[in-house]
Design a protein around this ligand. Structure first.
Ligand code: UDP
Length: 332
């Protein structure tokens, strides 16, 4: 079945959202981006998409839905810095939970039939076992994860009460950039490992702190499941097709490759790609970091029509590095 209308992408000027916009446009969908540019950039929005500068909680979103004949929403807008969520929890419950409640209200009022939500592995907290399956305990250890889990609950209840199905995609560690160089991670003050490492490789930093060397992992450093942002973007398009094809069903799916790399393995990959030796500054653990987060991805592989194409750590680093170099040129 096809979608007879546009896809609204909130946060489409941000990192993951801008890649979803590209994947949707490349697949032939029409897109309207809703973004208030607090952390995103208007130049990150592909010119084939319409753009409206408005906050997701603004009741004017209803007008956007009507004007653009929106038939599905992909909701990326929100705050994403875990330590900040600990020091300023109300910002997260406002920007993530409360703002999303308003957006869902607009969607229900206008009869939007499909909703795809950016959720997170942080909903699991410290996992009891790895790889983590969707049905495993959800016990967030920070307000960021809780703010997203609360949204999952809202969507569950709304889909039971109204003709709107949804898919919550729980992202593991998203990294890399569009292989064609059209978008990438541009956020100022990023904290994520691969972004930090390519910043070090391009001279923006003088090394990389390794947060904890005494975890119970193969080399003592934290293990994560790094997924290429373009594979993740394509998963959203496949999830949308499923929601359109099966109107009565909603889903919650992990997004990862099902394998992990340690911090030192990531830095070794960066060294190989760049032919440099990035300085490793061994430090104590960062508060709240679990030893290992790896997705059980069997559900997503059998539920949506999606085959990951970029499960290659060096390829992820190469794409992230190419974008970092482009960004350095842009910023002079
Ligand atoms: N990490 C690190 N140095 C950094 C940033 C991250 O050692 O400068 C580690 C972090 O402790 C974790 C892994 O890299 O084990 C991934 O962290 P990131 O912040 O990228 O994502 P998270 O898993 O926290 O969402």
């Amino acid at each position: 079945m096809t979608l007879n209308g546009k896809v609204m992408v909130t946060g489409g000027a941000g990192y993951i959202g801008s890649h979803a916009v590209l994947a949707l446009l490349d697949a032939g969908y029409q897109v309207v981006v809703v973004d208030n540019l607090v952390t995103g950039f208007d130049w990150a929005v592909d010119e084939r998409a319409a753009f409206v500068n408005i906050a997701v909680e603004d009741p004017g979103v209803r007008d956007v839905i009507r004007a653009h004949d929106v038939k599905a929403i992909m909701h990326f807008a929100g705050s994403v810095v875990v330590p900040e969520s600990v020091s300023d929890p109300l910002k997260y419950y406002r920007n993530n939970t409360a703002a999303t409640r308003s957006l869902i209200e607009s969607a229900v009022a206008e009869g939007v039939p499909h909703f795809i939500f950016s959720s997170t592995a942080a909903t699991y907290g410290t996992p009891e076992r790895v790889p983590i399956a969707e049905g495993d305990p959800k016990a967030p250890i920070n307000p960021y994860g809780m703010s997203k889990l609360m949204t999952e609950f809202m969507l569950r209840d709304v889909s039971a009460a109204h003709p709107m199905n949804h898919c919550c995609l729980r992202y593991f560690n998203v990294a890399g950039a569009d292989p064609e160089g059209r978008s990438g991670q541009s956020t100022v003050g990023a904290t994520h490992l691969i972004k930090i490492a390519v910043e070090a490789a391009t001279g923006k930093r003088d090394g990389v702190g390794v947060f904890g060397t005494d975890f119970e992992t193969r080399d003592g450093t934290g293990v994560r499941d790094y997924i290429h942002v373009s594979d993740l973007a394509e998963a959203h398009v496949a999830a949308l097709k499923l929601l359109v094809d099966r109107p009565g069903e909603s889903h919650v799916l992990n997004c990862g490759y099902g394998r992990g790399f340690s911090v030192l393995e990531v830095l070794d990959a960066v060294d190989r790609v760049t032919n440099l030796t990035i300085e490793r500054k061994l430090q104590g653990r960062r508060p709240g970091d679990p030893a290992e987060l790896v997705a059980d991805n069997s559900a997503i592989l059998k539920t949506i029509d999606w085959t990951p194409k970029r499960d290659d750590l060096e390829g992820i680093v190469r794409d992230a590095l190419a974008w970092e170099r482009k960004l350095a040129e842009r910023q002079g």
